[in-house]
Design a protein around this ligand. Sequence first.
Ligand SMILES: Nc1ncnc2c1ncn2[C@@H]1O[C@H](COP(=O)(O)OP(=O)(O)O)[C@@H](O)[C@H]1O
Ligand SMILES: Cc1ncc(C[n+]2csc(CCOP(=O)(O)OP(=O)(O)O)c2C)c(N)n1
Ligand SMILES: [Mg+2]
Ligand SMILES: [Mg+2]
Ligand SMILES: [Mg+2]
Length: 330
Amino acid sequence: MEDEFQLIAKLLQHRPPINEEVEVDVGDDAAVYRPSKEMSQVITCDTMVEGVHFIEQTMDPVDTGWKGIASNVSDIIAMGGIPKHAVISLAVPQDWTEKKLIRLYQGLGEATQHYGVTILGGDTVRSMKGLMVSITLVGEVEQGTSLRRSSARPGDILFVTGFIGASAAGLHILLREDAKEWRARFPSLIQAHQRPCPQIEAGRLIHRLGERAAANDVSDGLGREAREIAEASGVRLVIDRDQVPLSKDTVTYGAECGVDPFQWAFDGGEDYQLLATCPAQEWKDFQGCALAKGMTFTQIGWVEDGEAGVDCIIEGHRSPLTYTGYNHFA
Ligand SMILES: Nc1ncnc2c1ncn2[C@@H]1O[C@H](COP(=O)(O)OP(=O)(O)O)[C@@H](O)[C@H]1O
Ligand SMILES: Cc1ncc(C[n+]2csc(CCOP(=O)(O)OP(=O)(O)O)c2C)c(N)n1
Ligand SMILES: [Mg+2]
Ligand SMILES: [Mg+2]
Ligand SMILES: [Mg+2]
């Protein structure tokens, strides 16, 4: 590799074109974009670190690029927003060749194209060990209407979008020494881990409920995300564990390898689905509306008055949730 400036020029060939909202593109000290009228700006930042979020065995660089954007898009969606512009910070170790970095950018390019996000800049520096990709994503939401973790109220329905736990099941396969044969049998689990696909439409549909809905994206496992909503709202969430939607492959693989698949759902993380609440009287229509748009929203519990926290019903027996979720410093 010659120098970082030539590298940046090569990498940028793999980003989708910018649009008319961009006043100053890559190439100056900072980028300038024009926010839409009547919209508030939403800003988030998520990082992928080699050895923590991915290793060579689990992710091709193209997947790491995709997932870096997806994890940020997921947070904008969980606020009810629409993702718009990204800046990308790279710390590159010696063993990451230009070829691998171009693959990373192809993944970033695919995901930004898919979600209508423009890459407006970034930063490129040396890392002494391991690649780090840190992405800051700006989105927008109608003023004063973002979805908060603090909006859950007693009597609400607690629900999730899609399936939960498939990403952690996929990671379990990818970390096996005999991964090859399992990968071929359970491609949906591998896909869930490597290519999560947060759905903007799901967030925007929940956003229609306005301040009566609370939402969190599932990055650290249901156990962790549920606690965050309970604490922010000052309510007790009750989850009926057997209602948590697990994909058929998640259940089959769990049975074959002797792992409780609910552990993947509650402790695993990286599903990038939404955990949300909805007023009970709206639930049936709301769920029907999601279905009509090709999305599955599944009730997994409800919200009660009481000490802030989460209870879980397992085979008819209710007790405080013991699953903890993912913890970086455990
Ligand atoms: N180093 C930091 N400095 C300031 N705020 C932070 C930092 N790390 C996380 N946060 C904030 O703490 C909150 C929780 O972060 P995090 O658990 O990463 O959220 P999420 O799981 O939705 O990505 C977010 O509002 C985030 O912006
Ligand atoms: C090699 C490897 N080991 C473990 C994991 C699991 N893992 C790493 S970070 C993480 C939690 C999600 O990442 P985080 O940075 O906490 O995202 P955020 O909650 O901020 O969106 C999980 C489940 C993984 N993806 N890859
Ligand atoms: Mg985060
Ligand atoms: Mg989040
Ligand atoms: Mg996290």
